[in-house]
Write a protein that binds this ligand. Sequence first.
Ligand SMILES: Cc1cc2nc3c(=O)[nH]c(=O)nc-3n(C[C@H](O)[C@H](O)[C@H](O)COP(=O)(O)OP(=O)(O)OC[C@H]3O[C@@H](n4cnc5c(N)ncnc54)[C@H](O)[C@@H]3O)c2cc1C
Length: 520
Amino acid sequence: MTRPIKRIVIVGGGSAGWLAAGVIAATYVSGEREGGLQVTLIESPDISTIGVGEGTWPSMRKTLSRIGISETDFLSRCDASFKQGTEFFDWQPERGASYTHPFSPPHGFDQFNPASAFLALRGQPRFDQTVCAQTTLFEEGQAPKQLTAPEYVGASNYGYHLDAGKFAELLQEHCVTHLQVEHIIANVSAVTPASNGDIASLETDRTEPIEGDLFIDCSGTRGLLIKEHYKVDFKPLGHFLFNNRAVATQVPYLDEQDPIASCTLATAQEAGWIWDIGLTSRRGVGYVFSSHHQSNDQAIDNLYQYIEKSLPAEAARRLTTRVIDFVPGHRRTFWHKNCVALGMAAGFIEPLEASALVLVELGAAMIADELPPNRLAMDRVSRRYNDRFSYRWTRIVDFLKLHYVLSRRPEPYWRDHSCEKSIPEALVEQLETWKYRSPWHEDQFHADEMFPSASYQYVLYGMGFRPNQRRRLARGRDQQDKLGEEIFHKTKQEAKRLRQAMPSNRDLLSKIKAHGLKRI
Ligand SMILES: Cc1cc2nc3c(=O)[nH]c(=O)nc-3n(C[C@H](O)[C@H](O)[C@H](O)COP(=O)(O)OP(=O)(O)OC[C@H]3O[C@@H](n4cnc5c(N)ncnc54)[C@H](O)[C@@H]3O)c2cc1C
């Protein structure tokens, strides 16, 4: 039990496996840990990666920088583009209804809650446009930074859209070349347990048994170690969030100079929503829906109809589509004995708000930062890990569900979503609270909440939620209104400045490919 943790074995070479390898190896490659640390990644030559998962959070900047990858290389190699948030279309039945959830919080949000001043405004302006300058950059596909800005630094907060296949390739190359990660191509065929129930080693079809002190299961939905070997319980979430199938495709640009959207476009459909992600080389488009509410054929038809708005019908209908099934939910515990599950092996809910890769980043960072020195210390770390991530998954469910419950769309899928028994209890309570006081920092129980109260405000007011008792919400109104006016005015000025200063996403990405960003 006191033997030092020296060998980390990762099963799976998708985004989760390589991100974990990169973060852990980059933390210990300098040999700070006594006796060094060996990271080995085993990847099947026969089972392909899931190949989707192309929207990230701003956290990816920190992760890539921690791994030691240059932003210029990442953008060029992964056909990546800048993402500044999500724009939602048709989530309400009114024609042309839209709102955004930008990555930047409202202006002055650390000191001032804009909700009551906003709600007192006449003329029903849009919340996002009133409180946050970044939203204006979405409209013309403008970038969040200029060519002169250093790598990973932006004028507005940003994440990325990326090609998942190319991303795994880049991470692999970097991990193997610069971080001494051992890469084994083989199928894991059996697990050899130790007497205490830990995993002692893995057998493969091509190598000697591979021994390890800590095993990270990144084997995708199959969950080779956490599910097949340990049979850790699964917590299904389909009764809250109904989507369980996606039909995905890749859409070419008509012209290589076509604008690249600088946010994910999320367009509601009869039984789900369509994501539309702009890369430099193509768009990634897919319809995620509930198979209980719509058939595959209807869903594929809806997807083609959507694509036909930007591509001739004949070309749109020739695109090949891929159907991906998933069961929304997650493992009840993520770290069991000497095995941690990350990525699809830990769980998946749906692509809304791109919460999957960020969980991988957070998980990998916690494993690296709190890596127990020996097996004796591991159970304490695993308990903390499980508590923290159970909480995070619960909050993700609440936040994703918020997008659906406020919709007045008439189709059965949407009506089922607003049925009270499908809403998590905590969210029902929050919705009641927000009738007389807006989301604010006191709703955050942890310093490192995944979705800050600003995110709740963007979705809540973007979906048209209005409190019942305006008078109470607008307490202290004169002063608030004055402050509100000043802040909203500053937002407008900032928006104007950004619009003038920022290049288009397409322009900046082409220049970065040609000249590079200032390396840090
Ligand atoms: C429709 C859809 C859309 C999504 N969109 C987003 C998004 O926009 N943003 C986001 O953050 N996330 C998104 N996700 C989630 C995201 O795709 C995944 O979290 C991410 O790709 C990580 O996948 P993974 O590495 O866990 O699994 P996979 O990519 O499936 O990789 C599994 C790996 O395990 C290996 N393996 C399996 N069995 C064995 C074996 N016996 N021996 C050796 N190796 C083995 C395989 O070869 C493969 O390398 C989406 C998911 C879906 C389904």
